[in-house]
Design a binder for this molecule. Sequence first.
Ligand SMILES: Nc1ncnc2c1ncn2[C@@H]1O[C@H](COP(=O)(O)OP(=O)(O)OP(=O)(O)O)[C@@H](O)[C@H]1O
Length: 369
Amino acid sequence: MTLEPRLLEALSAVQDPELRRPITELGMVESAILSEGTARVTVLLTIAGCPMRSTIENDVAAALSAVPGVGRVEVALGVMSPEQRAALRESLKSRSVPFSDPASLTRVIAIASGKGGVGKSSLTANLACAMAADGLRVGLIDADVHGFSIPGLLGIPGAKPTRVDEMILPPVAHGVKVISIGMFIDDNKPVIWRGPMLHRALEQFLTDVHFGDLDVLLLDLPPGTGDIAISVSQLLPGSELVVVTTPQAAAAQVAERAGSIAVQTGQKVVGVIENMSAMVLPDGSLLEIFGSGGGAELAQRLSLVLDTEVPLLGQVALDPLLRVGGDTGVPLVLSHPDSPAAAQIIEMARGLTHRPRGLAGLKLGVTPR
Ligand SMILES: Nc1ncnc2c1ncn2[C@@H]1O[C@H](COP(=O)(O)OP(=O)(O)OP(=O)(O)O)[C@@H](O)[C@H]1O
């Protein structure tokens, strides 16, 4: 095995698109030789049918072409042996932070709603993209098992995760690592699993899916107060809840039940988002299609029930472009970041991620004398 240092240095800038780590750290560069102006490199893919092979090949060629003295680049692709894959898995394991560990630095936020169709998934997708655009490492679990829609909202409707033996690599969309039950089901078949199977599926997402180190993990929960919400609280005791509602009083009442589940689970409700708030018409006037005040009312009710202040994080206006963003797979915060609805979501994303963390449960690395 020959590894030319100058080529290796250039290759350290090439990341595996799914593992998001330099290919040099992942043991993917088998040889890198420079001879008479020609760089010859052999890159080992994790699996034979790696969907990212052409991306890796192009990135490698581009990185090597930029090295002074290189006039020609030849990239050969190979496949890791089972032993090499096992070593890769081990090296990834030792670095990944289990999200359930109280010392984990990953902020886990589950997005809940009372009723369906209030825009919970659309907001989750937009919040995730806004956080990723802000430079954070973001993971998103579509835990809305019966109504999974996140892959479509992020423009990867048919994406399948890559499997490296029993490890699952989440597809990446707009900088967000995404996993959805929809990725494991063929032909859009309905999911008819009950409690224990749902719990197992979520547990598997949390253990077998390699998210790597994350700053934020968002979970799109199914509407209501079902099994998944309970499982999330059991599997991720440190997770926080955000409750989405519309301005309609009736929706706020239903959402109160989804939020007050936190009394039993001990989770913190970090706030309420009112979606589908007054629409701004071309003449500047406001049209309150779903009424007004639901978000503030829900925040007030939850503050009473939970005996702690639950703030209204923001109000996102009804905006046809937000719907279009969902249909085309480019969330509004990326396609029209200056629109009022996107600006509101971006501000909430910053608010959610820039809050100071409590130190409870964290290892501070100090020893009393
Ligand atoms: N602020 C908004 N302006 C315009 N359309 C919106 C807005 N929020 C959501 N929508 C649209 O409303 C519909 C329902 O949204 P979405 O699927 O995100 O709801 P949901 O609460 O996740 O539903 P469920 O939980 O039942 O899957 C979608 O067509 C979406 O594009």
